[in-house]
Design a binder for this molecule. Sequence first.
Ligand code: ZN
Length: 246
Amino acid sequence: MRYAIVSDIHANLEALEVVLADVATRQPDGVVCLGDFVGYGPDPSSCVERVRPVLQSAVVGNHDLAAVETEDAVAAKFNPFAYEAVLWTRQQLTGAVRSYLAALPQRVMRPDEFLCVHASVRDPIEEYILDVETARASFGAAEFSLCLVGHTHIPTVFVEAGTSVIGEPLLPDQPLVLRADRRYIINPGSVGQPRDGDPRAAYLWLDLGAQRATLVRLEYPIVKTQEKMRTAGLPPMLAERLAYGR
Ligand code: ZN
């Protein structure tokens, strides 16, 4: 089975369109989204409507929850720019999109295949897996051979081999071989707001038959997204960071 794994679209329709066009040429068996469909970007409802029909599975992200919650339990932890974007996003969501986001599960275990969560295995909504110790806690929190996470917007792989856990950046077009005697936590980076210094949209091509996971990076018209954000009155810093991939 071959899958396209997308995460952290963050209401960036230009990045999403470029990713989905590339995915379509590869004819995957399924597309899976690891959450944060909305937040930060200028096209929250359009992005959900565009990606929803092609998704086989999806989990909810912290920004999705913040956008649909009526009280600020999740959004209260956001920085001021992200919080401003939450308030704007809440006003943009259609009823159907709000219902869809509110009904998304926090974790999906695909039979004999892989576990999907937005943030981490022990905390699917908020914990960032940025180091080996946090990854180790997630390896210990459930049985899986492969877990896919988003949330950090940084393409990364953590590998457990026996008692050792190592973490490495995931580089584009360099297939990672998935060995049966190891366990993996893979982060495909972000479609709509990369933070690894590379502003290109990111997604993961996962070929389970060939036991290969490959990061794909794609250019998209960043200036168009930035213009939409400025027109919408979203915080300028959120538009500027797209150009730097930070
Ligand atoms: Zn995110």
